[in-house]
Design a protein around this ligand. Structure first.
Ligand code: NI
Length: 394
């Protein structure tokens, strides 16, 4: 199946195929959980320590020394043509239910201190016909029982709050696996936060060299972040799908490389949403991070991104690969400057940049750097606050 998708040359063909699949009766399919199947991802903002990394489906996220103040939930593996979103709300001590949020929107008092007493998580659209979503919360060190499809995870107004969550999506009528998922999933891999990390980032794709770059990263188990231009996404769906399937981070670089500083708030929002829609059509979920083109995020840009839950992601090493078009120059720029926590800017649309990656990646690995995504780096260094600009995570 995956092999076939990779051979799809146009989004149209993929879309037609996926629509066809959506009409297959669920019990006609392989009962084993398919890699392409719908999964939840979720993260929580903990008082004093910031956002957790995105957790894969059916894994516990909790703290014993802090408490969550906000949460966000998304989906992976949503089939093209199947409508629906994940929606959720939280009961905040002192103010009550927040009202509905959906698809990775922040729910709760980010950066605040008010506790969450309970949450409700549910699916809508076609998704609720085909899947159940289960949620479990930890209260006073004990995990409650699973509840499903919008039931509250805990009693409210009883003077208790949650310390953690576990969220799992299953085919309609199924039950979540008792043991937590341990397989490698988006941002769910195990990293050593005590060892140096660096985030390679590639702007302005997708283009013809993504495969070469990913092959080079695969050899050392490295992951990168790809800030994609929305109107190019449908030209290279197989590369974009490969990024998402293999644990790279898919980021948003606007719809058509606009200077977001010069747009109205609506203009910024539309550009980001349009790019997210193009990404979602291929990988089933929107981008997790945003880099404004030219690194320009004045005017309405930062406040609009912040309102959408994003931070402008900038860089600490600019290789100038687009200007020099010289692989040796790019390699030297990186190796002479790189240090723990850097975000390195490259562009995936030049052959010389792909060559530079093939040369620099083994050397970075040899020097002990873990090649991580921006969200992994952020999670290992205290998380991200929407609206704050980040050029590195030290
Ligand atoms: Ni750019």
């Amino acid at each position: 199946m995956k092999g076939f998708l990779r051979r799809c040359f146009g989004v149209l063909l993929c879309a037609v195929m996926a629509l066809g699949m959506a009409n297959v009766s669920p019990d006609m399919r392989d009962p084993v959980r398919a890699e392409e199947d719908l999964r939840a991802i979720f993260a929580m903002d903990f008082h004093g320590s910031g956002w957790s990394s995105w957790s894969p489906d059916n894994r516990r996220v909790y703290r014993t020394t802090s408490w969550p103040v906000a949460m966000k939930v998304g989906l992976e593996g949503q089939q093209v043509g199947m409508t629906g979103t994940v929606q959720y709300e939280a009961f905040i001590t002192g103010t009550g239910w927040t009202g509905m949020r959906e698809n990775t929107q922040v729910c709760g008092t980010e950066g605040g201190s008010a506790t969450i007493e309970a949450v409700k998580v549910w699916l809508n659209g076609d998704l609720q016909q085909h899947y159940d979503i289960y949620t479990m919360s930890m209260v006073k060190g004990q995990w409650n029982h699973w509840v499903k499809n919008g039931e509250a995870t805990n009693e409210t107004g009883a003077g208790t709050h949650i310390d953690g969550l576990r969220i799992a999506v299953v085919r309609k009528g199924g039950t979540p696996a008792e043991n937590e998922e341990t397989g490698t999933t988006f941002a769910g891999r195990t990293l050593n936060s005590g060892h140096p990390m660096v985030a390679l980032t590639f702007d302005d794709g997708p283009g013809p060299y993504e495969g070469r770059i990913m092959d080079a990263l695969d050899k050392v188990g490295g992951k990168a972040t790809w800030f994609l231009v929305g109107n190019l996404v449908s030209s290279y769906p197989s590369y974009v799908k490969r990024m998402a399937d293999s644990g790279h981070e898919v980021g948003n670089h606007s719809w058509k490389h606009e200077n977001l500083s010069k747009l109205s708030a609506d203009g910024v929002r539309n550009s980001i949403l349009k790019c997210n829609n193009a990404i979602q059509a291929v990988i089933g979920r929107p981008a997790t991070v945003v880099r404004p083109p030219y690194g320009a995020c004045g005017g309405n840009c930062t406040s609009t991104l912040s309102g959408m839950g994003y931070s402008p992601i900038l860089w600490s090493i600019d290789t100038l690969d687009w200007k020099t078009r010289n692989a040796s120059s790019t390699v030297n720029e990186i190796l002479s400057k790189v240090k723990d926590g850097d975000i390195i800017l490259m562009h995936s649309i030049y052959a010389q940049s792909a060559e530079a990656v093939e040369r620099v990646v083994p050397e970075l690995a040899k020097r002990g750097f873990q090649l991580v995504t921006v969200s992994e780096l952020a999670a290992a260094r205290g998380g991200m606050t929407p609206g704050k600009r980040y050029g590195a995570f030290r």
